[in-house]
Design a binder for this molecule. Structure first.
Ligand code: ADP
Ligand code: MG
Length: 624
């Protein structure tokens, strides 16, 4: 089979068949796949239920298997520590970022020593947001394959407009693990606009407000469209406001009427689950012009639309305030906005469009299903990438990802493949050894997780970093691709202003066939790569902890009893053994055990050492 690659789209084309490219809305609450049939976008019906939407929920059964979607959702309340929801909120986030979320989540989230991503502990296994999202994507892929009766290996995936580089990269990685070649990451509001046909005509110039109210999040984005390019002018919103809050308001109303105490609801998970389901059904009923009347156990549950609207009105007003702020940030007046697009299941609440019409003075677009528009738009973007819409010009894009080598020979992608050219992206790094003076920066091109499998483009050394403790230097690495496709890589230590740069010409110095093979290779080996990467990351982290623990034991001999020191040593030795055995979950467990035991000790040691230091001061200068 002969393979070739389209330099414009970076897309693989085989002469034998033209693969289908699907569009995926990977949502916080629900996910959906769409594709193009006879030129029109269509959604895929999930195999898990009558509904096309697949709940973004992953459940680990006691037997060790994984369920996704509707079946997983039924375990949310009965088996909370093994049922992972809202994983999108954790994408690309550190433990500190999500501190506030932890109280509302039933599963266990674990801090890792470095500033890396969070982990999720289920029984004795460790997962991360990327692998969990990959489980959702795998299920969507399988559904799509069953529905379309053909293998699906290429996709466009959407993310919120405010997602940063790390969150976008995490989403790409999730796709890769699921066996998908992610041709592009598209902003959700851009996809929604495309679904409404906005942006398909290159002459068209417009300002668009995309109002997205989902299950647990609210986003407002102000976009400007010109020359076929969507610019995100401003985003605003509330990451903890959505349809779930409407349900909670209804539950609070009922429990108030029936004098059900909060503690009772907490201990009676069955009642809790029934009320949650009833509240959502009641909400949807009244939004469809009906009155809800039902009995759960001995409780009469009633809801009508006026009551519902009075319950949620303050929440809707919060979203309106966000819209006004976003307009201000975008430096726009209300009448500068030509289109208001409704996205997300919760915009089916009639009060939403009524209030938006009052505020913006025009009717919002709602001719498409609000919970489908993002997926439909992603399918259109996929179709454009597939070259099926000849009238739409694509901008030049980078055909392969560009990045640098980090500890353990891992590839850290800085500019993902299919990014628009010209392009600029950067990331901060630090040193891993005390007093490190030089840092070698090796630049690679390719999709594999280990640089050894990618193509080296060049390297340079940042020299003369002033000696500092490991982790202190702030080294910023910048990749700049100009309009001619020439890559310049710059590195700078921010504390000392030491800098260096290298220019790499001929980024496209490989044949198209070679490039096609590299891409295929990356998809074939994604599973392997991810496992290797996870193991290497665990080993790197463990080695740091082992060094720190050794140092801690040595420095605090006088503070702790022998028993404590022995226990620390034995936990540390256990971690060393697990590292040598190269078993990722065992390493993570050993790290957690050492960490759980040593954290309180570290606090004690710190207190004692501070007291000592204060005493020393008082002796030295005699002021106290
Ligand atoms: P996300 O983007 O967060 O994944 P969705 O866009 O799928 O979420 O929205 C899910 C929310 O929409 C849920 O809170 C659900 O109850 C709500 N919803 C779905 N249909 C309706 C309806 N007909 N009326 C009111 N709310 C609805
Ligand atoms: Mg959504």
């Amino acid at each position: 089979m002969k393979l070739s690659i389209d330099m414009k789209s970076g897309d693989l084309t085989s002469e034998q068949s033209k693969d289908i490219i699907v569009g995926i809305d990977l949502g916080t609450t629900n996910s959906l796949v769409a594709y193009i049939q006879n030129g029109e976008p269509q959604t895929i019906i999930s195999s898990h239920g009558h509904n096309a939407l697949t709940p973004s929920v992953v459940h680990f059964t006691d037997e060790g298997s994984i369920e996704v979607g509707e079946t997983a959702k039924t375990h949310l309340i009965s088996d909370p520590d093994k049922t992972i929801f809202s994983v999108k909120r954790l994408m690309g986030k550190s433990y500190a970022d999500i501190e506030a979320l932890r109280t509302s989540i039933g599963y266990e989230i674990i801090d890792s020593e470095d500033q890396e991503l969070v982990k999720i502990k289920v029984g004795n296994t460790f997962h991360n947001p990327v692998t969990l999202s990959a489980e959702i994507l795998k299920a969507l892929k399988a559904d799509a394959e069953q529905h379309l009766k053909t293998p699906v290996s290429k996709a466009v995936i959407t993310v919120p407009a405010y997602f940063n580089d790390a969150q976008r990269q995490a989403t790409r990685d999730a796709g890769k693990i699921a066996g998908l070649d992610v041709l592009r990451i598209v902003n959700e509001p851009t996809a929604a606009s495309l679904a409404y046909g906005i942006g398909l005509d290159r002459e068209h110039k417009s300002n668009i407000a995309v109002y997205d109210l989902g299950g647990g999040t609210f986003d407002i984005s102000i976009l400007h469209l010109e020359d076929g390019i969507f610019d995100v002018l401003a985003t605003n919103g509330d990451t903890l406001l959505g349809g779930d809050d409407f349900d909670r308001a209804v539950i609070a109303y009922w429990t108030d009427i029936h004098n059900i105490a909060a503690e009772q609801l907490k201990s009676d998970t069955a009642l809790n689950q029934m009320l949650r389901i009833a509240a959502e059904v009641a909400k949807i009923s009244v939004c469809n012009g009906m009155v809800y009347n039902n009995k759960v156990r001995e409780y009469e549950l009633y809801l009508d639309n006026p009551t519902f609207e009075s319950l949620i009105s303050p929440l809707i007003e919060q979203t309106i305030d966000c819209c006004i702020l976003a307009l201000k940030d975008a430096e726009m007046r209300i009448d500068d906005i030509e289109n208001i697009i409704l996205v997300g299941g919760s915009t089916r609440v009639p009060l939403v469009s009524r209030r938006l019409e009052e505020v913006f003075g025009k009717k919002p677009d709602n001719s498409l299903h609000p919970d489908e528009v993002v997926a439909l738009g992603a399918a259109i973007q996929a179709d454009i990438l597939a070259g099926n819409r000849k009238d739409i010009l694509l901008l030049d894009v980078t055909p392969l990802s560009l990045g640098i080598e980090t500890v353990g020979g891992l590839m850290d992608t800085i500019i993902p493949r299919n990014s628009k050219v010209p392009h600029r992206a950067g990331r901060q790094y630090t040193t891993s050894v005390d007093g490190q003076r030089n840092l070698r920066i090796s630049v690679y091109q390719g999709e594999r997780d280990l640089v050894a499998n990618n193509r080296k483009l060049g390297e340079f050394i940042l020299q003369g970093i002033p000696p500092m403790a490991a982790g202190l230097p702030k080294i910023e690495v910048h990749f700049i691709i100009d309009a001619d496709g020439i890559l310049t890589v710059k590195a700078k230590e921010l504390r000392s202003d030491v800098h260096a740069a290298v220019e790499i010409r001929s980024t496209y110095g490989i044949s198209e066939e070679e490039m096609a093979l590299m891409l295929l290779d990356s998809i074939k080996n994604a599973g392997d790569d991810v496992q290797k990467r996870a193991l290497l990351e665990a080993i790197n982290e463990a080695n740091n902890i082992i060094l720190a623990a050794d140092k801690f034991i040595k420095q605090n001999q006088q503070i702790f009893t022998n028993d404590v020191l022995e226990q620390l040593k034995s936990l540390n030795d256990n971690l060393k053994t697990k590292v040598s055995e190269e078993n990722k979950d065992a390493i993570e467990l050993a790290m957690k055990e050492l960490n759980d035991y040593s954290s309180p000790l570290a606090h004690v040691a710190l207190d004692i050492n501070i007291q000592k230091a204060l005493k020393d001061v008082s002796v030295d200068d005699g002021r106290l």
